[in-house]
Structures are given as structure tokens and as C-alpha cells.
Ligand binder design. Structure first.
Ligand code: TYC
Length: 105
């Protein structure tokens, strides 16, 4: 044998593998302001797709209206992609230009 790594009892001394997993990336789902989508429609979207009560939905809508963009929620990639698609489809069905997008958090 003559292997330095062999211990007296002939077992191989194996180092514990260091955990190399990163937590999965999270994505912010954001709404973008525009000049045409009614405020009431945006509030209903925030209630319906992001589970907000009317007070919070109104606050986020006004933030987007004044600042240009606002975060609706933070999710894993697949959930964020689904929210974005659902909101954009819903807005198009109602002929509003409202845009929803995702950004790595
Ligand atoms: N700016 C729109 C208006 O004045 C309201 C609005 C708010 C539109 C938020 C989009 O994401 C948005 N009717």
C-alpha cells in the first residue's frame, strides 16, 4: 500500500465535500407605468394576481404611477415567469398597454 492517506485501520481518509450549492436566484416582478392604463385596472391586477388588499394595491399603483416602476413581488424564476405572462395576457385581453416584467433580485 504505502499510501499516506490510508489510516492505520486501512480506511481511506476522505474529506467532507464542501457544499457548493447556491440558493436559487429570486426574481422581482415589476409593473411599469404608462399613460393609458386606468388606475383602477392596475389596482385590480395587483389584487388579483399578487394577493394584495386594496390599500396595498393602491399604494403600489401610485408608486408606479409617480416613480415609473414598482415591485409587485419576489419569486423563483418559474413563478415569476408565469406571473409576468398572466398579467401581460390579461392586460392585452382588456386592450390596456400595462407592462409587467421580471428582474433578477
Ligand atoms: N399612469 C396611469 C394613469 O395615469 C396609471 C398607471 C399606474 C398605469 C401604474 C400603469 O403600472 C401602471 N392612468
Amino acid at each position: 500500500m504505502g499510501d499516506e492517506r490510508k489510516q492505520p485501520d486501512q480506511e481511506l481518509a476522505l474529506e467532507e465535500a464542501r457544499p457548493r450549492i447556491k440558493p436559487p436566484p429570486q426574481f422581482q416582478v415589476v409593473l411599469l407605468n404608462d399613460d393609458y392604463t386606468p388606475m383602477e385596472f392596475v389596482v385590480e391586477v395587483l389584487e388579483g394576481f399578487f394577493g394584495m388588499d386594496r390599500e396595498k394595491a393602491t399604494r403600489i399603483m401610485l408608486h408606479v404611477h409617480t416613480r415609473g416602476k414598482g415591485v409587485c413581488g419576489i419569486y423563483p424564476r418559474d413563478i415569476a415567469e408565469t406571473k409576468v405572462a398572466q398579467v401581460n395576457d390579461y392586460s392585452r385581453q382588456h386592450n390596456h398597454p400595462l407592462l409587467c416584467a421580471m428582474e433578477q433580485a
